[in-house]
Structures are given as C-alpha cells and as structure tokens.
Design a protein around this ligand. Structure first.
Ligand code: G1P
Length: 297
C-alpha cells in the first residue's frame, strides 16, 4: 500500500513586492479574494485532499499570517452574545487544531527549492504535498484532491500542469513530455523558466505538487539554478529516470495567477460572481461598465 499524503508545505516567505505598498505591512497571503485570505483557499484545498499537517515556511514580517490561524476568543464571545450564528460558523471554519500547524523560518531568500528543503525534518521519510497559495484554482473537485487520487495510481512525483500560451512559457517550469496519456503525462525533462523560444512544450507547472521524500534528498545536493535560486523544479527533475519518476497532471479547474495584479482582480471577480449574495449586484455593475466602455469606443 502506498503511504497516504497527510503533510503539506506552504511556502509563504516571499516579500510580495509586486503588491507594494500593500505588502509593506500585510503578508501577500493574507490579501483577500472577496472576504477570505488567499491562504484560506490553500488550506481548504489541502484539507479536502486529506492533509492533516500544515507546514508554513515563513520569513520575517509574516506574524499576521500566524495570528490568522489562532482562535479568537474575544471575537467569538462577542458574536455568540449577539447571536450571530452564521458569522460564528465562518470564524470556526478558519480554526486549526492545536499541533496541526507548524511554522519554519526560511532565513535567506534562496528560492522555492530551498524553502521546501527548510521543512525537511518535519516531512521525514513520507510523501508530501506543496501548495503555492499564489496559484488559486477554482474547481469542482479541489485540485490537490484530484492529484492525490491520481497519485494513488501512479506513485512517483506529480506536478499540476496546464497548457499556457507559448510566449508565456518562460514564466514557468515547463515539462518535456515523454508520453501523453490525457490527464496524466509522463515527463522526461523539466526546465525552470526556459528562455523565450526554448521551452520543450507549452505544458507549464502550476503550484501544486505531490512529491516523494527523494526530492528532499535531491535538494540536499542541489546548486543554484535559474535566476540564481535553488529551484524545486530541478530537484524534481533529478528523479526522472529513477524508480520514482515524474508525472504531470492536467487538472480540471480554472487557475488564477494571484501573484499578478491582473490575475488577482480576475479571481476576485470570478469568486464574487460565484457567490449568491454578491452575484446580482456585481454582474449588473460589470454590465454597466462594459456598456460605458463600448459607448466610449
Ligand atoms: C514557481 C515555480 C515554477 C511554476 C510556478 C507556478 O515559480 O518555480 O516552476 O511554474 O511557480 O506558479 P514562481 O512563479 O514562484 O516564479
């Protein structure tokens, strides 16, 4: 029997400079899509996939993130007193069990691979998931759950994959496909941020991974790669051709790049339109805006 995936790493040490000045005092992962912080979407997705231990790799200035997962007795008491049951429920859904969450500091910004490596002692000799909260995925079956189910069949290492426009490939890790089996592809190469025109395909890695402990051992030996950083992509690629192997998983769902302002805005609109309490007002407003735009042309 394959070991169950019960641990997930959330690399959240980045400075979020693309969202300055907001990120001067607010960690990027606390920024909200409608009324829920980015990190809450990541946690909910992990929970749905059966994750029980949540490991955050943080850095200086991220204390708001740690506070977010604390219980808030004063707030809870006040809501109870006022009989606000719905809000109590919302608040409770953000609580984490004692001991379920761990924070590890990444002392130097040496790259995503290094961030994951910082959590190695908490992972030990088990498979684990990695979720990049910047990549928000709206899906009927949450993306990581789809992957954990597929991983139960394939084993090895699995990365979420999505076709991107060829001119965008240089912003991603890109897969060299050995065999395309539809939703699962077997990989025989991975390139982090390939130069324009040199990507082996337009199948890009998206921020969800199910990895074996061998990747942590690969990280032990790794030197810097693209952009002068220690790359997770390179550590995974080092398992290609071993008994572990690497697979890409074409997930069902819509991915938003919430590391960019435009992606963040699109996600905000999409998640608001999915809400019964906001849909009518917002779609009316959007229709008016589009009409005005068209009239001005
Ligand atoms: C990271 C990974 C890259 C992946 C991307 C997905 O890059 O290194 O392989 O394609 O996430 O969002 P970053 O966006 O942090 O530069």
């Amino acid at each position: 029997m394959r070991k169950k995936v019960t641990k997930a790493i959330f690399p959240v040490a980045g400075l979020g400079t693309r969202f300055l000045p907001a990120t001067k005092s607010v960690p990027k992962e606390i920024m909200t899509l409608v009324d829920r912080p980015l990190v809450q979407y990541a946690i909910d997705e992990a929970r749905a996939a059966g994750i029980k231990e949540f490991i955050f790799v943080t850095s200086r200035g991220k204390s708001a993130l740690e506070d977010y997962f604390d219980h808030s007795p004063v707030l809870e008491q006040e809501l109870r007193r006022k009989g606000k049951k719905d809000l109590m429920k919302v608040l409770k859904s953000t609580n984490m069990d004692s001991g379920a969450i761990a924070y590890i500091r990444q002392h130097k910004a040496l790259g995503l691979g290094h961030a994951v490596w910082c959590a190695r002692r908490l992972i030990g000799n088990e498979p684990f998931a990695v979720i990049l909260p910047d990549d928000v995925i709206a899906a009927e079956t949450p993306c990581l759950q789809q992957m954990v189910e597929a991983y139960a069949e394939t084993g090895g290492n699995m990365v979420a994959a999505m076709e991107v426009a060829p001119e965008k490939a240089s912003a991603y890790g890109v897969l060299d496909v050995k065999e395309d089996m539809g939703s699962i592809v077997e990989v025989n190469g991975m390139v982090e941020k390939p130069a324009q025109g040199e990507a082996p395909s337009n199948l890009a890695v998206i921020g969800r991974y199910v990895l074996g402990p061998s990747v942590l051992q690969n990280l032990n030996k790794l030197k810097t790669g693209a952009g002068g950083e220690i790359q997770l992509t390179d550590a995974i690629a080092a398992d290609i051709g071993t008994e572990n192997g690497v697979y890409g998983y074409r997930f069902r769902g819509q991915r938003f790049d919430c590391g960019s302002k435009s992606g963040f805005l699109q996600a905000t609109v999409a998640f608001a339109l999915a809400r019964d309490d906001l849909r009518d007002d917002l779609s009316r407003y959007l229709r008016d805006v589009v009409q005005l735009e068209n009239a001005a042309e």
